[in-house]
Design a binder for this molecule. Structure first.
Ligand SMILES: Nc1ncnc2c1ncn2[C@@H]1O[C@H](COP(=O)(O)OP(=O)(O)OP(=O)(O)O)[C@@H](O)[C@H]1O
Length: 253
């Protein structure tokens, strides 16, 4: 379907005897915020990892933006327009916030990381543009005042914002956020909601894994629920919230 940005078809992944994903099929439409929820160990992160090429699925596959995603090519997802953040923040702690975003930006430039290191005349101009774009992104996620601080010295909430800025630097069509609200207080979560909503309004489709059910139900257009590696339901929040299987497996707890 033309309005589908990402389609998963019968994706399966086993770890020894553990069936982490059991033939999961779902579809993310262009322009939507799509939530993926479920109990601990349900397979959410495994789904992300299969989609972004970190794991090779044992069955099934993905179509992204009209063409198949190769199963064993971790760089391909980024090049094709899929960016992600991680459940456990993965920043370069001893680089500044600005440098962290500039690294993300190099995916989209001709010079690449090595060209930037060699610093010939052609790359210097490109480097200036990358720097400006990174500053703009720090503004966008509202941590521009921390640009020159080491990433490790940023507050937890600001580190999560920085991860989002770095992911946006690749100009993704699909931004995947793995538990972005984890460890955030109520105010930070509220600000995160506004940020995610703004990113979508500005044209990026979003896949959100999150345990904060209030955030997911308030923000997402559609929600998929995984349980023991299987898709339980994929529908609008109002329907998902009332589904008896979802209440028993997840919401009721
Ligand atoms: N690399 C791995 N090796 C072995 N087992 C794994 C691996 N990754 C995930 N699993 C197992 O696969 C299942 C799904 O895990 P996964 O991390 O995808 O769940 P999740 O829904 O993301 O959970 P959480 O909400 O706790 O992050 C679990 O039983 C987990 O122990």
């Amino acid at each position: 379907m033309a309005d589908m940005l990402l389609e998963a078809r019968a994706v399966a992944k086993h770890f020894g005897g553990v069936k982490a994903l059991r033939d999961v099929s779902l579809g993310i439409r262009r322009g939507e915020i799509y939530g993926l929820i479920g109990p601990n160990g349900a397979g959410k992160t495994t789904f992300f990892n299969c989609m972004t090429g970190l794991y090779i699925p044992d069955g099934g596959g993905f179509t992204f933006d009209g063409a198949p995603l190769l199963a064993d090519a971790p760089h391909q997802a980024a090049e094709r327009g899929i960016a992600r953040t991680f459940q456990n923040i993965r920043l370069f702690g001893n680089m500044t916030a600005l440098e962290n975003v500039m690294v993300g930006r190099h995916v989209r430039t001709k010079a690449g990381v090595f060209g930037a290191m060699l610093q010939n005349a052609a790359t210097r101009a490109e480097e200036a543009a990358i720097r400006q774009k990174a500053i703009d992104l720090l503004h966008y996620v509202r941590i521009e005042d921390r640009a020159d601080d080491l990433a490790k010295n940023l507050s937890y909430g600001d580190q999560r914002r920085l991860e989002i800025a770095r992911a946006l630097a690749t100009e993704p069509k699909l931004l995947c956020l793995d538990e972005p609200a984890a460890g955030m207080n109520a105010t930070e979560t509220e600000e995160l909601r506004d940020l995610i909503d703004g990113i979508r309004r500005d044209g990026t489709t979003i896949l959100l894994i999150e345990h904060d059910v209030k955030l997911v139900m308030g923000l997402c257009d559609r929600v998929a629920v995984l349980d023991y590696g299987a898709l339980v339901i994929e529908d609008v929040p109002a329907v998902v919230q009332k589904d008896q299987r979802v209440i028993e497996a997840y919401l009721g707890a």
